[in-house]
Design a protein around this ligand. Structure first.
Ligand SMILES: C[S@@+](CC[C@H](N)C(=O)[O-])C[C@H]1O[C@@H](n2cnc3c(N)ncnc32)[C@H](O)[C@@H]1O
Length: 339
């Protein structure tokens, strides 16, 4: 087979891999298999699933290097499989459940029509409302979405720390994370800056999820608070603002509205750190170019080039300070100054 043919076949069958992985997570396979080999029948019975179909699923998961199979139908977990366990410190379970679960699966099926007609949004087409209305109306989906954001945050908070290593966070008195989810990023940054205080601005439904907020478990309840609000209306005053994966959810006009709300609250010289997958030039294959399709499917948003971001910031009254990026991390942080 030519390299090109092997490449295309690999792409065509990509969904088989992610759906097999998803089934393993959804059924709880990774949470009950440990280091010592366990027989397929025992696993199937413990999960209350069909023994023969279960064995075939475990075998496929082993062929994806998520489990290891021995000759007598016994299975143990691999380091990759451990990342799909619920209690792993870097668990990717939430993302697997969200991205390959039935809701997103259904929205992706609209992609050809979205591109043909130039009218975005698989959520509108499938459910008749936006992703954020879907979150408000479906507590189970909201739980999955927020859990996924948090599990991704654990990886991304480390990226942000690395990208901001030249910025002295402790020089800010108060940092606001606009749309900061359960607060993982803000708490991670504040752990290294003992005098800085922080506020997470979030939708009421996320602020209500108190048991999932990070400030208590990370020992920051006295310095971090959660405020329910709408970033199209008002954000708290702060010396620095974080916005991670916020602007990519919205159209250019909506982004200017959100940024203008931040600018209104921000004192002159306040900093804004926008963490996004910035789209590089045509010579580079990059996660942002696929993530952009995900944004097309899930709402009015998109991934943008540095120049496209610059235009939005200028319209809202910010001046570019610096772009923090490295070749190893797909995310970049665009630092802006309120002028
Ligand atoms: C893609 S998530 C990013 C969450 C977090 N910054 C992170 O990177 O994990 C977008 C967040 O924006 C919040 N959000 C959406 N609309 C909002 C609004 N109008 N006001 C405040 N927060 C909003 C959502 O609840 C969600 O947590």
């Amino acid at each position: 087979m030519t390299d090109a043919k092997a490449h295309v076949i690999d792409l065509i069958f990509g969904r088989w891999r992610s759906q097999t992985l998803y089934a393993g997570v959804e059924l709880g396979v990774f949470d009950i298999i440990g280091d010592y080999p366990k027989h397929a029948v025992e696993i199937a019975d413990q999960l209350d699933i069909n023994r023969e179909q279960g064995y075939r699923l475990f075998r496929a998961l082993a062929s994806l290097d998520l489990l290891q199979e021995s000759s007598d139908r016994r299975f143990s977990i691999t380091p990759a499989g451990e990342l799909l366990q619920e209690d792993h410190p870097d668990s990717l379970q939430g993302i697997a459940l969200l991205e390959e679960g039935p809701t997103h699966y259904a929205t992706w099926s609209h992609l050809p029509a979205i591109v043909r007609e130039g009218e975005p949004d698989g959520f509108q087409r499938e459910f008749g409302h936006s992703v954020f209305d879907h979150l408000e109306e479906n507590p189970d989906y909201a739980a999955r979405f927020n859990e996924s954001m948090s599990s991704l945050s654990q990886l991304e908070s480390d990226w942000v720390k690395l990208l901001l290593r030249t910025v002295d966070v402790s020089e800010f008195g108060h940092i606001c994370d606009v749309g900061g989810g359960h607060g993982h990023l803000l708490c991670t940054l504040l752990q290294d800056a003992p005098r800085v205080e922080g506020t997470v601005l979030e939708l009421p439904s996320v602020v209500k999820d108190e048991d999932q907020h990070y400030h208590e478990s990370m020992g920051l309840s006295n310095r971090v608070d959660f405020v329910a609000g709408d970033f199209f209306e008002e954000v708290p005053t702060a010396d620095a603002y974080l916005m991670k994966h916020i602007l990519h959810d919205w159209s250019d006009a909506e982004c200017v509205e959100i940024l203008s709300t931040v600018r209104e609250a921000a004192p002159d010289d306040a900093r804004l750190f926008v963490c996004e997958l910035v789209v590089p030039g045509p010579d580079q294959s990059h996660l942002s170019k696929l993530f952009d399709i995900h944004m097309m499917v899930s709402g009015t948003g998109k991934e943008r080039t540095e120049a496209e971001y610059a235009e939005l910031f200028e319209k809202a009254g910010f001046e570019h300070a610096e772009t923090h990026q490295t070749d190893e991390i797909p995310m970049a942080i665009v630092e802006e100054i309120a002028t």
